[in-house]
Design a protein around this ligand. Sequence first.
Ligand code: SAH
Length: 238
Amino acid sequence: MTNINCRFVLVETSHPGNIGAAARAMKNMGLTDLALVSPCEYKTYECYARASGADELIDSAIVYPDLASAVADSHVVIGTSARRRSLNWPQLSPREAAATAAGMTEQGKTSIVFGRERSGLTNEELALCASLLIIPTVEGFSSLNVAAAVQVVAYEIQCAALATEFNEIKPEDLPADQADLELFYGHLFSVMEKVGYHDPSNPRLMLPRMRRLFNRSAPSRPELQLLRGFLSAVEKKK
Ligand code: SAH
């Protein structure tokens, strides 16, 4: 699993339960770097109850006096907001922000900053952020609970991390080469003819359609062997 070097910074969170729920949301998505900027008294029963097993994130969270010190070692800082602050502020969707974070794995840390439950982030805090992440919502009711916002962003980061991983095709999943594919089609078409499903004197579009079907699924070599095993069994029965 690709490790994404990403810190979530919660600024002046006032409900311990939200810190617990944010920690859980992060851990679900493989993120562990939680930073808190002047939080409330947060190590409460409610916090750990909502963390629901993500206790180590709570215990290892570093508390900073202000946002500047929380993001001092970050290479990219992205603020989050329920509303557009200014028209010319560079804006990112959660997916774009996640792609940025996933692309930074080797080079350095991305910090994503979440604001206060009531008032969000101040303009001074936003000035420390290179861009603004806005989770799309319906108009007129755009403010998510802060832990819910953490969940959405963490999910997108996990998807971006998985996409990086899934792009590396395992050797056994590699699509079979054309030569193997032609051998399979030869076998398939001859069995279709033998069982009377295909009449070579009246071919219509049967064979090109079969080709299109199998080409679309890009079968691997082991998958072609599976299909040819089945065709051989049909031939034997015949
Ligand atoms: N009235 C505040 C709402 C704060 S909600 C405001 O307008 O900013 C608490 C935090 O949750 C926000 O600071 C932000 O970090 C996050 N959040 C809530 N809704 C969001 C959304 N639609 N997009 C991005 N972040 C959001």
